[in-house]
Design a protein around this ligand. Structure first.
Ligand SMILES: CC(C)(COP(=O)(O)OP(=O)(O)OC[C@H]1O[C@@H](n2cnc3c(N)ncnc32)[C@H](O)[C@@H]1OP(=O)(O)O)[C@@H](O)C(=O)NCCC(=O)NCCS
Length: 205
């Protein structure tokens, strides 16, 4: 089922109805239910320049994210640590989120990339990274989270749907960057804008 049927179409859904958006394939919860990561075992912190290489490796290993230059990840650690996070598990970077506050709209945090190490997925770490981001001082005025998602990235759709559901927020989906804006040779899919909010901060735990 497509998320958006046409460029202009806007879908506004109550978080409770998000199953209308897609049917995740190939993922089953085990019979005992979700085993989320214990926050005690994971350290969430701001990235620093020394993390740049590790973040680059993590993003490369996802094989689905656009891999930016190593310089870019060094820069995020140096100039955007307040809105980026790493999750450290057993002294290794197990998760990363990069985001920024668009200068023209401080009520919005734009999430650029989220990555969780393969061995740590489906344990709630991706969701926790987003919630830790929203709890940051830099995000105290944020009411909406925006990000872009492709149709083929079901894990990413599920992650942001879960956040919308957890925070009882609306999820609005529109086209952000259509495929024809990307270089032909890059074969890039359309990026859909997911806008989640207004966020109920008391539900961000
Ligand atoms: C997307 C990603 C960050 C999710 O991280 P995660 O730690 O597995 O996420 P969570 O455990 O918090 O799960 C969040 C939701 O996604 C669902 N989910 C996770 N992986 C999934 C998959 N492969 N297929 C379908 N659903 C999936 C979970 O079931 C959960 O939804 P639910 O509460 O309805 O069950 C991770 O899969 C990843 O790093 N992927 C590669 C990079 C990427 O695509 N990043 C996102 C775009 S920037």
């Amino acid at each position: 089922m497509p998320v958006v049927k046409s460029r202009e179409e806007k879908i506004n859904l109550r978080a409770g109805n998000l199953s209308l958006i897609h049917e995740p394939v190939g993922y089953r919860k085990n019979s005992t239910g979700r085993m989320d990561v214990s926050p005690l075992e994971i350290k969430f912190r701001k990235p620093c320049v020394q993390d740049g290489a590790g973040i680059w490796n993590l993003v490369r290993e996802t094989e689905v994210l656009d891999l930016n230059s190593a310089y870019c990840y060094l820069m995020l650690g140096k100039y955007f640590p307040d809105t980026c996070l790493v999750a450290e598990y057993e002294q290794k970077i197990a998760g990363f989120v990069s985001a920024f506050l668009p200068p023209q709209n401080p009520e919005v945090v734009f999430v650029w990339q989220v990555a969780v190490a393969g061995s740590m997925r489906k344990k709630g770490l991706g969701t926790k990274l987003l919630k830790e981001l929203l709890k940051r001082k830099a995000c105290e005025k944020v009411r909406f989270l925006e990000t872009t998602v492709t149709l083929s990235n079901v894990a990413s759709q599920s992650l942001f749907c879960r956040l919308a559901r957890n925070t009882r927020s609306h999820l609005e989906v529109t086209v952000c960057f259509s495929a024809n804006l990307f270089p032909t040779k890059s074969n890039h899919e359309t990026e859909f804008l997911f806008r989640i909010g207004p966020l109920q901060r008391e539900l961000i735990k």
